[in-house]
Structures are given as C-alpha cells and as structure tokens.
Design a protein around this ligand. Structure first.
Ligand code: SF4
Length: 279
C-alpha cells in the first residue's frame, strides 16, 4: 500500500515538478511493468495524462494536411517500408505543381497547416525545397508549414527556416542507444539525430520529436525515457508481443503526464493534485 502511495506521488511529481528524477522514474516503471493493463496505478497514470492533455488542449482536434511528397529514401531503417533496400516498394515523387494542388485542395477544406513529409531523398535539393516552401508561403501566408524530411545540416535547416518553414518533425524513435543500433544500420547515429533536434530548436523551429512504441527489442524503460541513455540495462518485458498494448498506453501516458518532457504549454501548481485526486 505504501509503495503504491509513493508511486502515486511520483506521478503527481512528474506533472508538477519539471525535474526528471531517474530513480523515481525507475521505481514507477518497475511497478507499472508488473501491474495489469487497468490496474489502479495505471488508471491513475491514465487519468493524469488525460488531465494534462485536457488542460493543455481542451477537447479540440487539430487537423494537418499531410503531403507525402516522396517515398524515396537513402536510409535503410530496418522497420521502414520505404527503406532503400526494399526493392518491392513502388517509388514516386510529387512535382511542385502536384504539391501546390494538394495545398489548394487542403486550403479549400479549411486546413491551415501543411506538412511536407518524405524520405531523405537527395533529389529534393535545398534549392528545390526552398522553392516549394516559398511558393506555399506566398500563396497561403497564414498557413503553417511543417517539414518532416529527416536529418540535414544546420545550414540546410537554417535555409528552410528563412524560406518560411515554421515547424520540423524529426522522430528519434528511441533514445536508448543500444536499442537504436538494433533498429538501424551502423552508419546511422542516434547522437546525430538528437543533435539535429537541438539545432532545429536553436534555430527557432517548433520541433516535434517522437518515440516508436512497440518496436522489436524495446524494453519498458527504453520506451519511456526520453533523454536518459545511461539507463539501458533494464529487463526486457516478458512475453513481449502480448505486452505491447500494455506498454503503449502506459508509455504514452507517462510521456504525456510529464509536461516538461512533452513541451506542453500549461504549467501546473498544487491545485492540480486536488483536482486530479477528485477526477
Ligand atoms: S529515414 Fe525515415 S523514411 Fe528513410 S528509411 Fe528511415 S524511417 Fe524510412
């Protein structure tokens, strides 16, 4: 009973206190990993996550116009359907005109954010990307442009930003280096990816990162820690595949309940506790 109470307090702390305490997180994870999907601690975690989400975003739904403009990619991430070694994939690239037509259709349907997403396709040079970004921004100045085109140099990121790109999505998929190495060929480097995220943030982009929940070799710990690469020796979940649903809900909830990790705008005080406990 005392342990459970301590864990409830850890969840409260996560939401209120922006300090990420490794030993507390480890303790919480140990308990969560032993508990059933809808156990009391998990339910409390889910409630905390929902509370944070509703305080930050209410019940609004935000729609984005996702334009998958190329499925060519020079990389070979083992989990990806468009990795370069998948010769069965049917490849395509959209022209500038096709991209602009997609924006036109999206705008007519009230979309105000366009996400240009693709593999790391060298065909789309910096000059081509800048032209695309500028054309969209000229036609739809009030719209937000998000890029999701992978790892680039600082100079390239800066050029896209100067051309009018507002946001950048670069999922790191896992922050655990040994897990990362199992999912990617040796020439790909987690540190470079994390460094790209830092550069993007420094330039001034609104940055989105993200983890892939449920990938092979993922441990409970690896799935929820965002920037704790030294915490890597925790036990692999038993019966991994059956545990994915359990793992996903808890990991997502834990990330969401921890606002300073997820960059939610809302800041909490102790009123959160009483509200949450009554929820
Ligand atoms: S970089 Fe992205 S698109 Fe390319 S293979 Fe990896 S996951 Fe797929």
């Amino acid at each position: 009973m005392e342990t459970k109470l301590n864990s409830l307090n850890i969840i409260d702390d996560l939401v209120i206190n922006p300090q990420f305490n490794k030993s507390k997180i480890k303790k919480l994870l140990d308990e969560l990993s032993q508990e059933a999907y809808a156990g009391p601690l998990s339910k409390y975690l889910f409630a905390a996550a929902r509370f944070v989400r509703e305080k930050s975003y209410g019940h609004n739904v935000f729609l984005r116009g996702l334009i998958e403009f190329t499925n060519y990619c020079k990389n070979d991430c083992y989990y990806c359907g468009i990795r370069c070694s998948n010769h069965k994939a049917t490849r395509y690239r959209l022209s500038l005109e096709e991209i602009l037509l997609s924006c036109k259709i999206g705008y007519k349907n009230n979309l105000r954010t366009f996400v240009l997403q693709g593999g790391e396709d060298m065909y789309f040079s910096d000059d081509k990307m800048i032209q695309i970004i500028k054309e969209i921004k000229n036609k739809y100045p009030e719209c937000t442009i998000t890029l999701s085109i992978g790892e680039k140099t600082k100079a390239s990121y800066q050029k896209y930003f100067d051309a009018g790109a507002d946001r950048y999505l670069l999922r790191h998929e896992t922050a655990n280096i040994s897990h990362y190495q199992k999912l990617h060929p040796a020439k790909m480097d987690l540190n470079n990816r994390l460094n790209c995220l830092k550069i993007l943030k420094d330039i001034g982009y609104q940055v989105g990162a993200g983890m892939m929940i449920g990938s092979p070799y993922q441990t409970f710990a690896a799935s929820v820690h965002v920037h704790l690469p030294d915490v890597s020796n925790w036990q692999r979940l038993p019966e991994y595949r059956k545990s994915v649903r359990n793992l996903s809900a808890k990991a997502i909830s834990l990330a969401r309940a921890y606002p300073s990790a997820t960059y939610l705008p809302y800041r909490y005080d102790n009123r959160f506790l009483s509200a949450l406990r009554q929820w």
